[in-house]
Design a binder for this molecule. Structure first.
Ligand code: NAD
Ligand code: MG
Length: 413
């Protein structure tokens, strides 16, 4: 019938003219798979340009079979061979690229509209920066990239007309609670402070002595959120909140003292902005990353994210307490790193990555994580950060230092 034909033309039009091309960096991870779930719900609106993965090649290929990207990116030639075999078996036409240059390429190709930056850690910096430098909408989950290179990253966004949409749930909530025309100046908009909420992690209410022999399995068992191993450990040490404090300062152009960390165990309020007239604006929701992901992808519109509605009667109460800085020194270590500026945030991040990896490998104890970071921070000379090479050099230096300090923390086996 005619109406049917019109509908088909509409769909065709939507798919070819209106579809936006997305690259998902770190597609096999927790954020990556939540992103693909949002894409799955809006096939006319989003098309996948490229998917990248690191270790789980079979999962990456399954996603490629479902979403038909033009490219997938894997880290090694042998992973590429495996991927090509699996793709051929499935008769899936998709080009397989290899290595870090390919990550930057699929983040910056002309046809790409938006890039989900969801590689974990420093490995995500270069491709995320490539997306910023090529004027993309950058969906920023990879907070480590911003922590390492904040001023350079923000400059790259401004200089290239890119759009930066924070995906970290707290920063997404702050973004939603800020004035739509926020200029980067708290005073101009009557903003007093950001209230950054923290769940407190799996070890909230524990003392230092309780934490002496906690295991990686206990540390990654987060009470509210299901996430990758590294960020789960960061949530347990409160380094995640420290990294988020730095992230907030760079994103919203403020001082560390203008960000107050509020422990809120229910994780219903995802963060707030306090104004000088006494108003506090908050975003509330389920602990489900598909909400901030969908918000970032569709902004300024809103789309269904597949997230169940919040039932306030079910929640019934919300609690707020001060963070315990004594038991969880990482928060103050991060604040100090931001305040010292230059390469310090990059150094903090790199040592933390080494420490978390050693803890996950059962080489060092949970309490050794902040000790190791503090030692390397103390040994770190002041240095400005003016270009990407400065950041990468600081990252390398900090990893070397961390590795030389590590033996004194090794657990007896
Ligand atoms: P994850 O471990 O589940 O996934 C990480 C992804 O990065 C995987 O696809 C992996 O293959 C890829 N990867 C790992 N090392 C790589 C390397 N050296 N080179 C290229 N790719 C590599 O992690 P996640 O929980 O999805 O977190 C991803 C990022 O998002 C982190 O920066 C994290 O801090 C941030 N984040 C996550 C959540 C969450 O709920 N999971 C919330 C807020 C922010
Ligand atoms: Mg967060």
């Amino acid at each position: 019938s005619l109406s049917c034909a019109v509908r088909i033309v509409d769909l065709y039009h939507e798919r070819t003219e209106m579809s936006q091309w997305i690259t998902v960096l770190g597609a096999t991870g927790s954020i990556g798979s939540s992103t693909l779930d949002v894409v799955r719900r809006h096939p006319a609106r989003y098309r996948v340009y490229a998917l990248t993965g690191f270790s789980r090649v079979a999962e990456l290929v399954s996603a490629a079979i479902e979403f038909s990207p033009r490219f997938i990116v894997v880290p090694t030639q042998s992973a590429a061979e495996t991927a090509r075999q699996l793709l051929t078996q499935a008769q899936q036409d998709c080009q397989v690229l290899v290595g870090e240059e390919a990550l930057a390429r699929v983040a910056s190709d002309d046809d790409v509209d938006m890039v989900m930056a969801s590689i974990v850690g420093a490995a995500g910096l270069v491709p995320t920066l490539a997306a910023a430098n090529s004027g993309k909408r950058v969906l920023l989950a990879n907070k480590e990239a911003l922590v390492m290179a904040g001023p350079l990253f923000m400059q790259a966004i401004r200089d290239n007309g890119a759009e930066l949409l924070p995906i970290d749930s707290e920063h997404n909530a702050i973004f939603q609670s800020m004035p739509a025309d926020y200029s980067g100046d708290f005073a101009q908009h009557g903003i007093e402070k950001i209230l950054l909420t923290a769940s407190g992690g799996p070890f909230r209410n524990k003392s230092k002595s309780d934490l002496a022999d906690v295991t990686p399995a206990q540390a990654v068992a987060h009470p509210n959120w299901s996430m990758g191993a590294k960020i789960s450990v960061d949530s347990a040490t409160l380094m995640n909140k420290g990294l988020e404090l730095i992230e907030a300062c760079f994103l919203f152009n403020c001082h560390a003292d203008q960000v107050q960390v509020v422990v809120h165990p229910q994780s219903v309020i995802h963060s707030m902005v306090q104004y000088n007239d006494g108003s506090v604006i908050a975003e509330l929701g389920q602990p489900d990353m598909r909400t901030p992901i969908a918000y970032g992808m569709a902004w300024p519109e809103r789309i269904d994210a597949g997230v169940k509605h919040l039932d306030l009667f079910d929640i019934a109460r919300l609690d707020f307490v001060q963070p315990d800085h004594e038991t969880f020194p990482c928060l103050n270590l991060a604040k100090a790193a931001f305040e010292r500026g230059g390469i310090f945030p990059a150094v903090l991040n790199a040592v933390n990555e080494i420490a978390v990896e050693a803890f996950l490998g059962e080489q060092i104890s949970f309490l050794a994580i902040p000790d190791l970071i503090e030692n390397v921070m103390q040994a770190c000379p002041e240095q400005q950060m003016t270009c990407l090479d400065d950041v990468l050099a600081a990252d390398r230096w900090a990893r070397e230092q961390a590795t030389t300090y590590l033996p004194q923390y090794l657990l007896d086996r």
